[in-house]
Write a protein that binds this ligand. Structure first.
Ligand code: NI
Length: 171
């Protein structure tokens, strides 16, 4: 990867939090825990996912850049959302976590030397894996979830009116 491409991806990575917070600011309180489909995440669950995912991501890039010959694996993000009961998790601490881990990782990746970016590890799903592979994923991660939040709100606004308790009959 050329240095200019990497610099652009790092810039995108650093733009992720403002984009994510902007999308979240547009969510009506009543829409926060609304799921667009069975099994699809609510905005609240998306934010909790991002806190857990970004925490892992911040740790992962440190391992990729600082360790040698690792074997990496995935985790099941849908299972985490259910087993960790994301709807019961405080939204504010999840958002603060996303902000903090990103703020603390940006300066670190900005000063990584070429050798650290290109150190080769093995990933169970992706095979050969470097910090550059990591960067391609996480440059867009919060932007993608910001769009998902906006889509959730749009779907929430279009949702059918709930049936009234009396089944909609005129009384
Ligand atoms: Ni994600």
């Amino acid at each position: 990867m050329l240095e200019a491409e990497r610099a652009e991806l790092i810039r995108q990575y650093e733009d992720g939090v403002p984009a994510f917070k902007k999308a979240l600011a547009g969510v009506p309180a009543a829409a926060l825990k609304w799921r667009p489909a069975p099994g699809a995440w609510s905005v609240h669950e998306i934010v909790c996912h991002c806190a857990d995912s970004e925490t892992n991501s911040a740790s992962r890039v440190r391992y990729l850049a600082g360790e040698r010959d690792l074997s990496l694996d995935n985790y099941d993000q849908d299972r985490w959302a259910i087993e960790f009961d994301y709807h019961a998790h405080p939204l504010e601490t999840a958002l603060a976590t996303v902000e903090a881990v990103r703020a603390n990782t940006g300066p670190l990746i900005r000063r990584l030397p070429d050798a650290a970016w290109q150190r080769v590890h093995q990933h169970k799903t992706h095979g050969r894996y470097t910090a550059e592979n990591w960067l391609k994923t996480y440059a867009v991660h919060l932007h993608e979830h910001a769009r998902q939040i906006e889509d959730n709100v749009a779907a929430w606004r279009r949702r059918p009116a709930p049936a009234s308790a009396c089944g909609g009959r005129v009384r």
